[in-house]
Design a protein around this ligand. Structure first.
Ligand code: ATP
Ligand code: MG
Length: 750
């Protein structure tokens, strides 16, 4: 169990202690109208996780009240996902549709109590009568119908005597309730549609607000955990159960924040569009954020569980960086999978002074991984290396093979380039090389210095494989849909070459292809004749770099090529730092990982920390902004000092400037080396928090946008963000967002 309890577990624990419930019973209640995504994984982890922590159980319930969109294939996908994540729903899966007869009876009871009525106004009137956030609604004249008439009409609705939309059943609550959801909510609607389980038996279907609370009650659920968008539905939940006088113990609803991830769309509707539009190969396309997609791509259940654990449970919606999920899978596979040699873009090398053939014993795992196993790597005169591991005219920091610079063949010998063979167009087609017999890995007495070791395969024994290189499906950080698709999200390489043991011995299904990343034998298309591997994730976060170079003005990039490019295990000192950062400083493991592995970054960070005790904010700027600068230059070339960074963050911490402005100040400081306080002063960037200054700006924006004000008042509360955004824009990002939010909300609702 988590050491620090989240707010949901705190509630559950209190309820257990007070004896409110005999047993903790939760449920995961998806609608079977699409494949579950990573957001559902979070909900699964919460519901099944809490049940298991408190020795209760969790039901898997299909919330199948909308006949037109649901299907058995989605039920199967949901079961697969829960099972794959390692959770157990017990003997049977529950279906809301199984409760249709009971729900009908509850509705009849409400009618008999005078608490529900059949309404027959049209949709347009219904909308008008609802009122707005600022005005009460009014009740339809049909609310006067007698109990007998309501009973009769409701039964006939059930029997299919009316057309879709002709009547609805509504709860009789309060048309002037401040919570608009309580203004006589719909309980049933007419739908002449075939239901994938109930067939054509029903012509009416219960609404979520009616079906959900009662299904929870019928199943003896104690804690009904859902996402924040249902916060306002909680009143209906309670009203239905209380009005029906259902005996205790009854369930209560608790809300948590939905998971959102950048570079991802997370709604079954949008995912369905991608599937139907053919933008992806199906719900399980390895680029999809569906659980089936992650599974096919090669993610492990452990990595997803870890991710859900790391992001925690919050009460406020937020966006999680997809890099964090990628970190989790990398972190999991780093310690688990065999490391093998694969050449994706082969360049022929002939080793002129090597005759014969040998088999080199090579371990699958590095020393610090507690796993054993090795294979024989065939070595011969004709081998292939990666095309970009050779350069004729290399830049300064190029560490691999060049006409002047020898390189080690991983696990084998050092080779030196003797001749470069080109075709008529000047393309390099072959390298003639020499090997150094006394340089064999593990028994090297040659004294030759090399800067890196590269992958290779023996030409005669290598196997041809198909490699599917996947990248993020969307190029936009907050994608809307199809128009934001990354055109390079899939690249298929037909003729990559891999060392033979991977195919013949099959030591695992997942591998680290040295220096390339982690790969998974595609569970559907792989055959021994035509092996197919999916790229799960690269060895490091290449996207962060890509994004930053794309944003900053094109500076001449001096690429620092690191030896091997693999994720090395931490040494003792790094591990110690990592532990301190995560345990004492409260940094998340990704940030801690970046810092502790990089000596320059961590010493810079430590120095800033001696000036200002703000570990998290300092870590963020050091691992992002400072790290970006350090990619271009050495620490002593930086224009700014650790002390200045501390001063900058201090201004953020004490509210002098906003986070956004801090980035702007940083850019300036990185260029000029001027003190942050001076920059803020000179450019007038001090954050505006005084309501008296912000108020007139808001008033002006409200005056300029009467249409949006009207829409907001009519219930489109999303427009709050529009107004806040306008204020921030007008002030060049200087207005304090928290103050703006409060003031805008106040003004729009008053
Ligand atoms: P979508 O909008 O993607 O279709 P949904 O909320 O309609 O999702 P349901 O099938 O009704 O999907 O959801 C089943 C459960 O999963 C619900 O309890 C819901 O709150 C939860 N859930 C759905 N999306 C997320 C998410 N992004 N983060 C956390 N929980 C989620
Ligand atoms: Mg939904």
């Amino acid at each position: 169990m988590n050491e620090s309890k989240d707010f949901l577990r705190t509630i559950v624990e209190e309820d257990v202690k007070s004896g409110k419930y005999q047993e903790v019973v939760t449920r995961f209640p998806p609608e079977p109208n699409g494949f579950p995504h990573i957001g559902h994984a979070k909900s699964i982890c919460i519901n099944f996780g809490i049940a298991s922590d408190y020795h209760g159980h969790c039901n898997l319930r299909m919330d199948d009240t909308n006949p037109t969109k649901e299907d058995t294939k989605y039920v199967e996908a949901l079961k697969d996902a829960v099972e794959w994540l390692g959770f157990d729903w017990g003997d049977n899966v529950y279906f809301t549709s199984d409760y249709f007869p009971k729900l009908y009876d509850y509705a009849v009871t409400l009618i008999k109590m005078g608490k529900a009525y059949v309404d027959s106004i049209n949709e347009q009137e219904m909308r008008e009568y609802r009122g707005t956030v600022t005005e009460a609604g009014k009740r339809s004249k049909y609310a006067q119908r007698s109990i007998e008439e309501n009973l009769d009409l409701f039964e006939r609705m059930k029997n299919g005597e009316f057309k879709d939309g002709e009547h609805v059943l509504r709860a009789k609550i309060d048309m002037s309730a401040a919570n608009m959801k309580m203004r006589d909510p719909l309980l049933y609607r007419i739908r002449h549609a075939h239901h994938f389980r109930a067939g054509n038996e029903w012509s009416i279907y219960p609404m979520y607000d009616f079906a959900h609370c009662l299904s929870d009650y019928i199943e003896g659920i104690s804690h009904s955990i859902c996402t924040l968008e249902f916060e306002n539905n909680r009143d209906i939940y309670n009203w239905v159960l209380d009005t029906l006088g259902l005996t205790a113990p009854r369930p209560y609803q608790h809300e948590f924040a939905r998971l959102g991830i950048n570079y991802t769309v997370m709604s079954k509707r949008k995912l369905l569009e991608l599937v139907e539009g053919g933008q992806v190969s199906g719900w399980d396309d390895p680029r999809m954020p569906t659980i089936a997609g992650y599974k096919r791509r090669g993610y492990t259940p452990e990595s997803i569980l870890n991710f859900c654990d790391q992001i925690g449970i919050a009460k406020a919606n937020s966006m999680v960086d997809v890099a964090q999920l990628e970190f989790c899978i990398r972190d999991d596979l780093n310690k688990k999978v065999p490391r093998v040699l694969c050449v994706i873009d082969p360049l022929k090398v002939t080793i002129e002074n090597y005759e014969g053939h040998e088999k080199i014993d090579a371990p699958y795992y590095p020393h610090d991984v507690p796993k054993e196993g090795s294979r024989k790597l065939p070595f011969s005169k004709k081998i292939y290396i990666e095309r970009d591991d050779f350069m004729e005219k290399p830049p300064k920091d190029y560490y691999r093979l060049t006409p002047e610079q020898p390189v080690r063949l991983k696990h084998a010998y050092i080779i030196t380039c003797k001749e470069v063979i080109k075709d008529a167009n000047g393309n390099i087609v072959e390298i003639k090389a020499e090997y150094h017999p006394d340089s064999k890995s593990g028994a090297d007495t040659s004294g030759i210095k090399v800067k890196s070791a590269i992958q290779w395969v023996s030409a005669a024994e290598a196997k041809e494989v198909e490699i599917r290189l996947y990248d993020r499906l969307f190029k936009d950080e907050a994608p809307e849909g199809i128009e934001d698709i990354n055109p390079d999200s899939l690249q298929v390489i037909k003729n990559a070459l891999i060392e033979p043991a991977v195919i013949t011995e099959k030591p695992d299904e997942r591998f680290q292809f040295e220096r390339h990343g982690y790969f998974y034998a595609d569970p559907i298309d792989y055959t021994d004749e035509k092996p197919v591997f999916n790229k799960i994730v690269g060895l490091k976060d290449s996207w962060a770099k890509k994004k930053k170079t794309a944003q900053s003005t094109p500076k001449p990039q001096v690429k620092k090529v690191h030896v091997d490019g693999e994720v090395a295990p931490m040494n003792e000192a790094q591990q110690k730092l990592f532990d301190k950062y995560t345990n004492e400083f409260g940094l998340n493991s990704e940030v801690a990982n970046t810092l502790s592995r990089d000596e320059h970054l961590s010493s810079f960070y430590e120095e800033a920390h001696t000036v200002l005790n703000s570990p998290i904010n300092l870590a963020n700027i050091v691992t992002n902004e400072v790290a970006r600068e350090l990619k271009q230059m050495q620490t002593d070339e930086l224009k700014f000092s650790a002390k200045q960074i501390a001063e900058l963050i201090k201004m953020v911490d004490d509210g002098t400037i906003s986070n956004k402005i801090a980035k702007q100040v940083f850019e300036e400081m990185a260029k000029s080396g001027e003190n942050p306080a001076q920059i803020v002063e000179a450019k007038g960037l001090v954050q505006i928090s005084d309501p008296a200054k912000i108020s007139p700006i808001i008033d002006e924006i409200i005056a300029k946008n009467p249409d949006n004000v009207a829409k907001f008042k009519a219930g489109n509360t999303k427009l709050l963000g529009f107004f806040v955004g306008q204020v921030l824009k007008t002030t060049g990002g200087k207005a304090n967002p928290k103050v703006v939010n409060e003031l805008v909300a106040q003004k729009l609702t008053s």
